[in-house]
Design a binder for this molecule. Structure first.
Ligand code: AMP
Length: 419
C-alpha cells in the first residue's frame, strides 16, 4: 500500500475526501475550524508536490440542495488557511465541476459543493414519512443504481484517490468507500490525518504496552456497551466514570438518590461486572461523589459515598477519594484510553474530576505512556483544560473512533488497505 509521506503527487489530479463538517453560527461563520486545520498537512503536501486537488466533503445533514449547508460558506476560510485561492463547483457532478476539474493546473484546488446534496452520496433514498414499504423498497433500489453513476463521475475527475476523512470512515458512502474501487492499489491512499488516527488506535489496541487502562465516562452505559465489551478483552483496568456509574452502583444495591440511571440496564451492568472478573480485568467504580440537589451549576453541593447518595440529591462528578484512586491507576499505566468526562463538566462546579483525570494522564504521558483521547466530550475536556497538546493523540473521530475501538471494520479504511 502507498503511504502519503513517500508518495509524489507531481502532475496528478487528486480527489481528496475530507471531513469539513464544521459548526457554523447563524451568520454562517465557522465557530470551530479544527476539522479543516486537521486536513491541511495532506492538502499542502499534494499542492507542494505539484499535484492538483478536487476536494469533496459533506456539511450537515441536508435532505437535498439546501443553502444553509452549502460549502460556499467555508470556501474563503479554506483559501486563507491554505494560502491558495480555492475554486468552487456548485454542483458536485454537474458539467461545471467536470470542466473545472479537467482544467485544473498543478498547485490548484477545486472544492465541490456538498456531496450530500445528492442522496446517492449516502445511498439512502429520501422519502416522505408516510411512504409505503413497496415505495421504500423501490426507492432504495433506484438510489443504489444511480449511486454507481454518481460515484463513477466523482472518480472520473482524478487519477489518485486520497481519503483523509476519519470522521466518516465508519460510513460506506460513495465518496468515503465506494469510489476507491475505481482506483487500483497504487493509486489510492490515506491522508496524514487518517493515517495518524489509524496508527494511534492500533498502537492502543494491537501494540499495547501494559498496564492498559481505559477510562470510560459520559452519561449512559447503553451507548457504550459494545466498546466496553470489547475493552474487557483487552484492558488491565477499566475505570467507569460519569453518569453511567450510577447504573452500576444501583445494580450492586447502592443508594443513588436522583442520579442519572438506566433502570433497564441493571442486569447488563451486573453482566459486565461478571465479565470483568472472568477476564481478570480490574473494573474500578467511584467510591465517592460530588453531589447536588438539582441539575444546575448553582445547585447546593456536597460530597457523599457513591452508594449512599441521599434522597433528592444526584451524583454530578467523582469525589476526592475517587480522584486519588483513578489518578493512581492512570499514573501507573503505559497505555491509556480516555472516552467521556467523569461528571457534568459543562458546569464549572463539576469539572474537578475530569480535570484530575486529564492531569493524571498528562503525568503518565510525560513518563512514557501512550495516551489516546477521543470520542466527543473528553476531547472538549482536554481542550477546555488546555492540555490537548500534552496527550499522545487526540482523535478527531466521534462515531468512527468508537466503532474502530469496538473492533469493527471501517468501510473507509477497508476500501483502501483491504481490511
Ligand atoms: P457521552 O456523550 O455519553 O460521552 O456523555 C457526555 C455527557 O455526559 C456530558 O454532557 C456530561 O455532562 C454527561 N455526564 C457526565 N457525568 C454525568 C452525571 N453524573 N450526571 C449526568 N450527566 C453526566
Amino acid at each position: 500500500m502507498q503511504t502519503i509521506d513517500k508518495f509524489n503527487f507531481a502532475g496528478q489530479k487528486v480527489f481528496v475526501r475530507v471531513d469539513f463538517n464544521v459548526p457554523l453560527d447563524e451568520n454562517f461563520n465557522i465557530t470551530d475550524d479544527t476539522r479543516i486545520r486537521a486536513a491541511l498537512p495532506t492538502l499542502k503536501k499534494i499542492l507542494a508536490d505539484g499535484g492538483s486537488i478536487i476536494l469533496g466533503s459533506h456539511l450537515g445533514r441536508p435532505k437535498g440542495v439546501t443553502g444553509k449547508y452549502s460549502l460556499k460558506h467555508i470556501l474563503k476560510h479554506v483559501s486563507t488557511l491554505l494560502g491558495v485561492e480555492t475554486q468552487f463547483a456548485d454542483d458536485c457532478i454537474g458539467a461545471q465541476a467536470k470542466d473545472k476539474a479537467a482544467s485544473l493546473k498543478p498547485g490548484q484546488i477545486l472544492m465541490l459543493e456538498n456531496l450530500r446534496f445528492y442522496a446517492e452520496e449516502e445511498g439512502k433514498p429520501r422519502l416522505a414519512d408516510d411512504a409505503s414499504e413497496e415505495e421504500k423498497a423501490a426507492a432504495k433500489k433506484a438510489v443504489k443504481e444511480s449511486q454507481k453513476e454518481f460515484t463513477k463521475t466523482l472518480a472520473s475527475y482524478a487519477t489518485i484517490y486520497v481519503n483523509d476523512a476519519f470522521g466518516t470512515a465508519h460510513r460506506a458512502h460513495a465518496s468515503t468507500a465506494l469510489i476507491a474501487d475505481y482506483f487500483d492499489t497504487d493509486h489510492k491512499l490515506f491522508g496524514y490525518l487518517m493515517q495518524n488516527e489509524i496508527d494511534a488506535v492500533e498502537k492502543v489496541m494491537k501494540d499495547t504496552k501494559r498496564p492498559f487502562t481505559a477510562i470510560m465516562g459520559g452519561s449512559k452505559v447503553s451507548s457504550k456497551i459494545e466498546i466496553i465489551e470489547n475493552l474487557l478483552t483487552k484492558v488491565d483496568n477499566l475505570v467507569i466514570a460519569g453518569g453511567m456509574t450510577y447504573t452500576f452502583t444501583k445494580a450492586l444495591g447502592g443508594k443513588i438518590g436522583i442520579s442519572i440511571c438506566e433502570n433497564d440496564k441493571l442486569d447488563l451492568a451486573l453482566n459486565l461486572l461478571r465479565k470483568a472478573k472472568e477476564n481478570n480485568v480490574n473494573l474500578v467504580l467511584a467510591v465517592d461523589a460530588k453531589i447536588a440537589d438539582a441539575f444546575s451549576n448553582d445547585a447546593n453541593t456536597g460530597f457523599s459515598k457513591a452508594d449512599e447518595i441521599p434522597d433528592g440529591w444526584e451524583g454530578m462528578d467523582i469525589g476526592p477519594e475517587t480522584e486519588a484512586i483513578f489518578a493512581d491507576i492512570i499514573k501507573n499505566s503505559k497505555t491509556i484510553l480516555w472516552n467521556g468526562p467523569t461528571g457534568v463538566f459543562e458546569f464549572e462546579n463539576f469539572t474537578h474530576g475530569s480535570r484530575a483525570v486529564g492531569e493524571a494522564i498528562v503525568e503518565a504521558t510525560k513518563n512514557g505512556a501512550f495516551s489516546l483521547v477521543g470520542g466527543g466530550d473528553s476531547v472538549a475536556c482536554v481542550n477546555k483544560f488546555g492540555i490537548a497538546d500534552e496527550m499522545s493523540y487526540v482523535s478527531t473521530g466521534g462515531g468512527a473512533l468508537l466503532e474502530f475501538i469496538e473492533g469493527k471494520e471501517l468501510p473507509g479504511i477497508k476500501a483502501i488497505r483491504g481490511y
